[in-house]
Write a protein that binds this ligand. Structure first.
Ligand code: TNX
Length: 527
């Protein structure tokens, strides 16, 4: 006998909500005798699961590859019969006798383990042993994501995010089935990635003298405190490997031709003016642009070569945003180039500039990804667009057969205020409560089904101008990033905010045990 459960069944507060869950009768008991049985392809996932459960259990479950065990088992395996669930879908069946986690590909088995963790009592997230019976309700779950790109962007450039925080967030985001971590590694206010060939990028570019206090439009002076930091290549390799074990791709962003002041501070010859400038100490848009010369392209190719050696991601993000073209306009040499190339204006020059980079990336089997300004002056062929100034850029790109990731400010900018409470910490402006994130639909209805195929998915972006501590970073991320995770994972027809809210209330105890700072959902009632 089985019952179809109401969506917010108290035992089944799973985030993001699976495509389908049926509550069966009874419970599985996890004890010291339980073993995790895997096949070869899922052995590492089994070990990861055992390690994730061990702190709260106080014992490490054995991971075996022997199918003939008579002990109660959590069984992980690849099953080619489940190909219809896609690259990341899975089946999770829990009976009184065993838990079976199956998928056509390892990513699906990993996601099944993350769902299994959420079926256990909340104490399973404790970092110290808890003595209690560990029951898992019997269920049949069949689950798969709505989108293949389920991302979150962190801005390490404006305020450096320490290694251990990045590692922690990879765990928490992967727990919610986010599979892309976009790292914004360079900007006017800081260069955060070690490049062996150009040591000054971090020696000089990773540090700013001081930081403007208060809002960029209402500055209240400076903090007189140097800010800085960068990731060594070994750090970044560690981040990439840690994420890969959790089926998450790390997409690096190296911003060009604008947002380049920290690089130009390190090597003034890269800039149009070739004059010394310091790493920016204020927010907003800065005028420093890379000079479109052979020497600068060589520099960018050298940088990207080191980037590609660290990051296996197919997509390399090259920024492309907010490059005001004054310096190109005022430069005789740049104007001569525009003429020689028979281009109309500076926007077309940017398109030409990025086409050089696209070709270079393509020779290395990588794909260029950029903010929607890369549409201005003509989209470089094969480029993928991250649509942030709204959905229109993404719609245009999809209509011309380019792939798109939707990140419109109005729905997924987590640097916006999440409530009208005057006590909210200083944010960039804008207003984005969690229910507005939840209401976001990444697929514009104007697209034909064929064009809609180009919408790879969506991501939330957390710019960090006003984010100085990891507590604040987490406060802005949660629960809004969890709302986004459900938008990009759960079938559209299963999305219901009041139901999400009920599950989220139960989920908060998990976040608290994981030591994650978040804005409590109950605060929504006071607004
Ligand atoms: C615009 S979004 C930017 C960032 C800022 C952000 C603040 C984008 C591609 N560029 O440089 O941090 O606004 O919301």
């Amino acid at each position: 006998m089985h019952v179809r459960v109401p969506l917010n069944h108290p035992e089944l507060s799973i985030l993001p909500q699976p495509a389908s869950i049926v509550r069966e009768e009874g419970y599985f008991q996890l004890t010291q005798d339980t073993v995790i049985v895997t096949d070869q392809e899922t052995q590492a996932i089994g070990t990861l699961l055992a390690n994730m459960l061990a702190p709260a259990l106080g014992f490490l479950l054995s991971v075996l590859t022997d199918e003939h065990t008579h002990l109660p088992t959590i069984s992980l395996s690849i099953d080619s019969q489940l190909a219809h669930l896609g690259q990341e879908g899975y089946m999770l069946k829990v009976t009184a006798g065993q838990a079976t986690l199956r998928a056509a590909h390892p990513a699906g088995v990993f996601y099944a383990t993350q769902t299994l963790r959420q079926l256990l009592p909340v104490e399973i997230f404790s970092s110290t042993p808890v003595s209690r019976t560990w029951t898992i309700p019997a269920v049949s779950i069949e689950d798969f994501p709505r989108f293949s790109w389920r991302g979150c962007m962190l801005d390490s450039a404006r305020h450096f995010i320490p290694m251990q925080e990045v590692i922690k967030l990879i765990d928490v985001l992967a727990f919610h089935k986010i599979n892309v971590l976009h790292l914004h590694l360079t900007d006017d206010q800081g260069w955060r990635i070690e490049i062996k060939k150009y040591p000054k990028l971090t020696e000089i570019g990773a540090y700013r003298r001081e930081t403007v206090i208060g809002h960029a439009r209402r500055p209240q002076g400076y903090d007189s405190t140097p800010h800085g930091g960068f990731y060594s290549q070994d750090d970044l390799r560690e981040i990439v490997a840690y994420a890969a074990d959790r089926f998450m791709t790390v997409v690096p962003e190296i911003d060009m031709p604008g947002h380049a002041q920290s690089a130009i501070a390190a090597y003034p010859e890269l800039g149009v003016l070739k004059a010394p400038v310091e790493v920016a100490t204020t927010w907003g848009i800065h005028p420093y642009l890379y000079n479109p010369t052979e020497a600068v392209f060589q520099f960018l190719k050298d940088v990207l070569s080191e980037v590609m050696a660290i990051f296996p991601s197919t997509f390399i993000h090259i920024g492309g945003d907010e490059a005001i073209k004054d310096q190109w306009q005022d430069s005789q040499q740049v104007q001569a180039l525009i003429k020689a190339l028979k281009l109309k204006d500076e926007d077309e020059l940017q398109s030409w500039f990025l086409s050089q980079i696209r070709t270079f990336l393509a020779h290395n089997n990588r794909r260029l990804l950029g903010w929607d300004e890369i549409l201005d002056g003509g989209l470089p062929s094969g480029a993928t667009v991250m649509s942030w100034r709204g959905m229109d850029g993404g719609i245009m790109a999809a209509q011309s057969h380019h792939d798109v990731v939707m990140t419109p400010t109005s729905s997924v900018y987590l640097d916006y205020y999440q409530s009208n409470d005057p006590a909210e910490p200083l944010a960039i402006g804008g207003y984005l409560p969690v229910d507005k994130v939840y209401a976001f639909d990444p697929t514009p209805t104007v697209l034909t089904p064929e064009q809609a195929q180009h919408i790879l998915g969506a991501q939330c972006n957390l710019w960090s101008e006003y984010v100085q501590t990891t507590e604040h970073l987490e406060y802005l991320l949660f629960p809004r990033a969890i709302a986004l995770s459900e938008v990009v994972w759960t079938p559209k027809e299963r999305l219901e905010f009041s139901d999400f809210r009920g599950r989220l209330a139960a989920h908060e105890a998990r976040l608290a045990s994981l030591n994650v700072n978040f804005r409590p959902v109950e605060k929504l009632d006071q607004e």
